[in-house]
Design a protein around this ligand. Sequence first.
Ligand SMILES: C[S@@+](CC[C@H](N)C(=O)[O-])C[C@H]1O[C@@H](n2cnc3c(N)ncnc32)[C@H](O)[C@@H]1O
Length: 284
Amino acid sequence: MTEPGQPGQPGELGGVDRREVSPEQTAAANRRWWDGAAPGYQQEHGRFLGDADFVWGPEGLREADAHLLGDVAGRRVLEIGAGAAQCARWLQDHGAQVVGLDISAGQLVQGQRIDAARAEAGHGGPAVPLLQADATDLPLADGSVDLACSAYGGVPFVADSARVMREVARVLRPGGRWVFSVTHPIRWALPDDPGQHGLTITSSYFDRTPYVEVDGRGEVSYAEHHRTLGDRVREISAAGLVLIDLVEPEWPPGNSQVWGGWSSLRGGLIPGTAIFSCVRPRAD
Ligand SMILES: C[S@@+](CC[C@H](N)C(=O)[O-])C[C@H]1O[C@@H](n2cnc3c(N)ncnc32)[C@H](O)[C@@H]1O
């Protein structure tokens, strides 16, 4: 969940573009971007996310209500693109053995800040174990987790999301579940604008050319990579996973917050989030 090119973010924005950008450039740029953006992101969205809550996206769908991961108590869970690990903390509070993984040390430091504040306030369990790594190269053993999840973390921000699917399939045990949310692919065709302007198609849904921001020196400072719905399904299948559900949360009455291009105006008309629920099949 981000708002590319908005004020208050790190570095000078030299411009936005649609152009090819390599996996390496993407990872380096996004790591730097999230390192710089982390304090402001948490300040702006921390209240909505909660310190120890599991929110799947700007619509406010909570895992406590959606139960997309099933019973998490006693499960080994990997959260990918954990940010300040709010979801991981909720999972831990519900009895899971969790690791929160993120490419950005800046985001993980925000997670440590929340844990320290909770400890000082006398509530909350142990600090959430955190791991700095890239979602395309998971430093975990084969079959070592029961569940993997991601709320807008990593998947939209990597050049090779098919590789993320393969990595998750590798680290999941047979029968394990992988649930991840991303910006709904339909949003790619529309401007990232919460108002009326955001309801007019301005580019092709089928154009996979990445969205790129460059800094004042013309260097790539941020990148997002689009996949159509069909692309995502094919990447999941090609990794040997089975898609069991695709959840498109509706914008609930009473949610008046504006988060980048997400708003009640657009949310009442088109989906803003797609949540893919997958399993690694058992061998038999
Ligand atoms: C929109 S935030 C979501 C974080 C958290 N789930 C939340 O809802 O606040 C996206 C997160 O993905 C992380 N990320 C971006 N690229 C990544 C990558 N290649 N591997 C792992 N994490 C990545 C960012 O650092 C950031 O913390």
